[in-house]
Design a protein around this ligand. Structure first.
Ligand code: HEC
Ligand SMILES: [Ca+2]
Length: 346
């Protein structure tokens, strides 16, 4: 399905019960007798195509491959073959040159369908962030208390602890006609540490996000909208690995974890932040200590990028730490340990 302006008719298939069941806690859509649909109750947390888009600070891409494609274009000035095939001529997006070389650099198919798949597979198989054990039992006790307080004040209302994949089998689809994609099992193919399988074959990932957009109010906001997404709306960022990814928030305005929490509070998150502020300084600190335990274990995967020649993100970490969006908005790239981009990107 493609994006539909509010109030237009949706295909009946969109209203199958399955679609609605896919949206726990995301609000409701109302089908009217005149066959139009009212999306107001979604609260702008998800687009009216009802597709969850976990990637990008504004929650704008549904798949890792489309997100990476944007990264190649915006950060490296490289245009993928699939995007040129689908969107040329789109002069705002790709440039005014003649297709199939809209950026006019004399190179066509700068990143092929296969290369895009390889990059996507690489990213999807990176090791998973984990809770790093505290150095002492006393420190671990404070971390555990911080986790309980995090739930108690309502942070988990948005930073929902667990996401369960019904199946660890992933197919990375190709874009070229006739491509069968690449199918693999995350439970065996991922770098360690990786999430364990549950008894029923599903896989639970501690990611701390509801993958929904929220209104952050008038302080933590961009200066203008991003396409249809309001200036103050951001997707709840996963908090896995958060201890290694300062500075925080979409434009890196928060230097510390405590700053990033205190900058919440102007929009949907008012109650939980007020509850946080009402805690004692020591209890607030326990929440920060809990967040500081969400990190990554070292291991060979952390350096794999360099071994296979994908070191660009690391070597240009400083230069790459700012993403100048198409509207001139500055969004921070969320880098993983060692500076290479992690699976949940800017
Ligand atoms: C209403 C939903 C909501 C609630 C409740 C909420 N958050 Fe957030 N949180 C967000 C969103 C959205 C962002 C991203 C804002 C941005 O990028 O400017 C965010 C960002 C963060 C970040 C920075 C993440 C990063 O990668 O930069 C931290 C840390 C964080 N929240 C912790 C907390 C804590 C602790 C609480 C409870 C006291 C909390 N949040 C409550 C929605 C929420
Ligand atoms: Ca070109």
């Amino acid at each position: 399905m493609t994006w539909q302006p509010e109030g237009t008719a949706l295909p009946r298939s969109a209203l199958r019960r399955g679609w609605i069941r896919l949206l726990p806690r995301r609000g409701s859509v109302v089908a009217k007798p005149d066959q139009t649909v009212d999306f107001t109750l979604l609260n702008k947390g998800i687009d009216s195509d009802l597709i969850v888009k976990p990637f990008g600070w504004k929650g704008r891409e549904a798949t890792i491959r489309r997100f990476i494609e944007g990264g190649f274009r915006v950060h490296f000035g490289m245009q993928t073959g699939p995007q040129v095939a689908k969107q040329c001529p789109n002069v705002n997006l790709l440039g005014t040159g003649a297709c199939p070389d809209p950026d006019g650099d004399g190179v066509v198919d700068e990143i092929s369908d296969g290369q895009l798949s390889a990059e996507s597979v690489y990213m999807s198989l990176l090791e998973t962030p984990v809770r790093v054990p505290a150095p002492t039992a006393a420190a671990q006790l404070r971390v555990n208390q911080g986790a309980a307080l995090f739930n108690q004040v309502g942070c988990q209302g948005c930073h929902t602890q667990n996401l369960t994949l019904n199946s660890p089998i992933h197919t990375e689809p190709g874009d070229d006609a006739g491509s069968t994609g690449i199918t693999y099992n995350l439970a065996t193919a991922m770098h360690d540490p990786k999430p364990a399988l549950n008894a029923n074959g599903s896989m639970t990932v501690e990611i701390c996000s509801d993958f929904k957009r929220h209104d952050m109010g008038t302080v933590d906001t961009d200066s203008k909208n991003f396409n249809q997404i309001g200036a103050s709306f951001f997707i709840t960022p996963p908090l896995w690995g958060i201890r290694d990814t300062a500075p925080y928030l979409h434009d890196g305005r928060a230097v510390t974890l405590l700053d990033s929490i205190l900058l919440h509070g102007g929009g949907d998150d008012t109650n939980s932040i007020n509850a946080f502020k009402a805690l004692s300084a020591d209890d607030q600190s326990k929440i920060v200590e809990f967040l500081s335990s969400l990190g990554r274990l070292g291991g060979p995967a952390s350096c794999a990028g360099e071994r296979v020649g994908l070191s660009t993100a690391r070597s240009s970490r400083r230069a790459d730490s700012i993403d100048v969006g198409p509207r001139g908005q500055h969004h921070r790239m969320r880098a993983g340990r060692g500076g290479r981009s992690s699976i949940a990107l800017s």
